[in-house]
Design a protein around this ligand. Structure first.
Ligand code: SF4
Length: 205
């Protein structure tokens, strides 16, 4: 049983292939200044709880869409990787044809990633900024674990093709030069799919 912020059906070409259903979990290891889903950080910021079987029962309604388009489930949040036990159980019960995508900041204990590895087809990783000082100011945490986890993932055959790393311009926290430095580092370790974009300040939303 885990806390869930929401379930969004019929997403197309947002992330992951085909038609996807986004399952957004409550809870995160970071405290980003411009968090997109601030309710996931509040102790009571979830709408409900579910077991893996209950969630599967609910999302099964789109099985035919998933099968016809090569789509499936995108796990988001919050930080979905900390729900690895739930995701593991869910994916074991789900139809084997479904495509599983995770949106993660990757700042989690590696045992979560080990548990997810057999199931997840595609990773969308929001890396924030690779400069540890910028990262700490923006998220409240150290980024060494994120970098170690990224290297660990890349150690698996063919993984670079399955990873998209999102590199944000973060107003008041990093500069265009900082973003370019993050890009250069990512390219140097073999990341080929890099998505550069801009965060909005809370006041801009
Ligand atoms: S990683 Fe995502 S969910 Fe977690 S605090 Fe940052 S923006 Fe919010």
């Amino acid at each position: 049983m885990v806390p869930i912020i929401g379930v969004a059906r019929h997403r197309l070409a947002v992330d992951g292939q085909g038609v996807t259903t986004l399952v957004a979990f409550h809870g995160c290891t970071l405290r980003c200044q411009y968090c997109l889903n601030a309710q996931c950080l509040k102790p009571d910021g979830f709408s409900r709880t579910a077991t893996p079987a209950e969630l599967l029962d609910e999302v099964m309604i789109d099985n035919l869409y998933f099968l016809a388009t090569g789509g499936g489930i995108t796990f988001g949040g919050g930080e979905p990787a900390i729900r690895s036990e739930f995701i593991d159980a869910f994916c074991r019960m789900a139809p084997p044809e479904w495509h599983f995508t995770i949106e993660t900041a990757l700042n989690v204990e590696c045992h979560h990633l080990e548990r997810l590895l057999p199931h997840i087809h595609e990773y969308y990783i929001d890396i924030k900024d690779l400069n540890p000082d910028i990262y700490r100011r923006y998220t409240g945490q150290d980024n060494q674990r994120t970098l170690d986890n990224l290297q660990w993932l890349l150690g698996h055959d063919g993984m670079a093709d399955r990873i998209v790393v999102r590199v944000p311009h973060i107003p008041d926290f990093n500069t265009d030069e900082d973003v370019q430095r993050s890009r250069q580092y990512l390219e140097s370790i073999g990341i080929t799919r890099i998505d550069e974009f801009a965060y909005l300040r809370r006041a801009d939303k």
